[in-house]
Design a protein around this ligand. Sequence first.
Ligand SMILES: NC(=O)C[C@H](N)C(=O)O
Length: 488
Amino acid sequence: MHQLTIAEIIRGLRDRQFSSVEITSHLLERIQQLDSHYNSFITVTGEQALQQAAAADARLAQGDAPALCGVPIAHKDIFCTTGVRTSCGSKMLDNFVPPYDATVVDNFLHAGAVSLGKTNMDEFAMGSSNESSFYGAVKNPWDPERIPGGSSGGSAAAVAAQLVPGTTASDTGGSIRQPAAMTGTTGLKPTYGRVSRWGMIAFASSLDQGGPIARSAEDAALMLSVMAGPDKKDSTCLDRPTQDYSAHLNDSIAGLKIGVPAEYFGKGLDPEVGARVQEALKAYQKLGAELVEISLPHSKLAVPAYYVIAPAEASANLSRFDGVRYGYRCENPADLRDLYMRSRGEGFGEEVKRRILVGSYALSAGYYDAYYNKAQQVRRLIKQDFVDAFQKVDVIMGPTAPNPAFKLGEKNADPVAMYLEDIYTIATNLAGLPGMSLPCGFAHGLPVGLQIIGNYLDEARMLNVAHQYQLATDWHQQTAPVTTPAAQ
Ligand SMILES: NC(=O)C[C@H](N)C(=O)O
């Protein structure tokens, strides 16, 4: 049953081939048997899941089943869940049990989905390898000696290991797409503001966006249809009606204009990864698409601009974790200053502290114009590159990440090497555009991701373009060898 996609589960449940309790129990058992090898879950909510599944079965029997009724999913541990610890991968929130649900969580509850628990992630979503989690690194199901990507590494690994057919995730600079690429899964970061951020713990508020990771574009469309939509509780959430993202999956893509940016195929790209992406582009030509060479001239400025803007916003967002209101509090503080200093010093990990320091520096008087303002100006130029490109093309394609999954520990000593993992994904966040990653083959025996960047609010087309490729190829159906993971 664990091989089934969300679309297949929906059909199976409605045709009474199995019940939600049956598939939920099966996946919970699988998590129990296998996840010690991957560490993709921080919290498994077995009892609650079985209750939700039983309720879903009752609704299915009555014939009033909403879209995802009885379908098991899991949430990245960045989304607040009533009564269930929401740690954001940090010691700081190890004891945080929210009294409310994030809008995304609520949307899935309304759609009848069953949540199996909360998935592992880099601490406060800062990282590209899922090694900065307080709960330990996540292992890539394709090779447990390698990273699954980050920050949504747990969400991606859980789907790749077939512990759950779909997960929620979030993407600030690549955190949905890069782990999807590393694990051979399909991930989608929507247009900024398409999915509510209410109850999704903030990292960099002008960049953060929730989205799904699943096994196919068809499943990602089903999940996005549930996740997306206006939300009065989030003023940055777009006030546009949501769409049925499955409606256009089968449209022909003959005549589609695909922009291929020269900048995404230069130095730093693993040649094997580049070759797989070129093959995917050829497959699109066979489907009737036309390749158009484009240029995104400010691409090389995306990583430096992001690593000023994101830490600046993070330093402000994370100031709320002070040991006073909620979260970690140090033992026996001598006075208020000691309480602040030790609670934050002991509660946050290395990478989070690095970002708070960088961000506070960039925002400080005297440096604000030189760094933060400058980065915002660069951001504008990057956005304009895309606006110009979309005058000529319908979608843009390139690699998701410059290399396949690397070894655990390989880039830990070099933050800049880690930051360069997002070299092809970050610009999309700075511009607020939607992007996807889908599997397009293997390099050095590991999955490679093809990135599709869409125009603003063009998620339906992006999904159509991805689905047509997945009808013609079977890369997304290849599964990780769930056999003898390396000893811990
Ligand atoms: N959150 C993200 O999108 C991940 C990005 N690699 C970062 O560390 O900021």
